[in-house]
Ligand binder design. Structure first.
Ligand SMILES: [Ca+2]
Length: 184
């Protein structure tokens, strides 16, 4: 068939009729669409044990660590504690926490050293674009923190008992934690 000799639209326009040109054009559009959609997945590969969400790879640690040690552990893997900046990401994380039967986990939010303003660490972006606090949280509740009852709760946990809404918690509590790093 003549259409098999159509290598480009220009070449085809010379050799083929209008319907054949249209057919080749549609095929090229489909191929382009597949490449545009597929290429990010081909080149955005996460290491084993990490799961991709958009441009990031996330890892859900089974270990229980305090917030600072958890943040340091993420750093060892060239990652950070997770920064949750959208409802879609919150929902995706909750699904994965439930699948792993993790009831509470550290995320990267903290108001320590920032005049009590909640920011994501280490990006220092404020939480103002998306927040998912449990009603009446953050409440800086004293009781758990044995050394600083004034600033008792300065780290952000995603808490199962609060249906995975956020809670400020004493940073010394040992939790599961979520690391994230840029996908390759
Ligand atoms: Ca609290």
């Amino acid at each position: 068939m003549v259409i098999n000799k159509c290598y480009t639209l220009c070449h085809c326009a010379i050799l083929c009729n209008r319907s054949q040109v249209t057919e080749v054009f549609v095929k090229m559009m489909k191929l382009g669409l597949i490449l545009v959609i597929g290429l990010p997945y081909v080149f955005s590969i996460c290491d084993e044990g990490w799961t991709q969400f958009n441009d990031y790879c996330l890892a859900f640690s089974p270990d229980l660590l305090d917030w600072y040690t958890a943040a340091s552990m993420c750093l060892l893997y060239d990652a950070r504690l997770v920064q949750i900046d959208s409802q879609a990401k919150q929902n995706w994380i909750v699904d994965h926490l439930k699948a792993r039967k993790i009831t509470s986990a550290w995320a990267g939010g903290s108001n320590r050293y920032h005049n009590s303003i909640w920011k994501w660490i280490p990006s220092l972006k404020p939480l103002k674009n998306f927040e998912y606090w449990t009603p009446k949280e953050p409440n800086n509740a004293p009781g758990e923190n044995p050394t600083n009852p004034v600033n008792a709760e300065q780290c952000l946990e995603i808490g199962g008992p609060q249906n995975y809404h956020w809670n400020d918690r004493w940073c010394g509590i040992k939790h599961n934690f979520i690391c994230e790093k840029k996908a390759k």
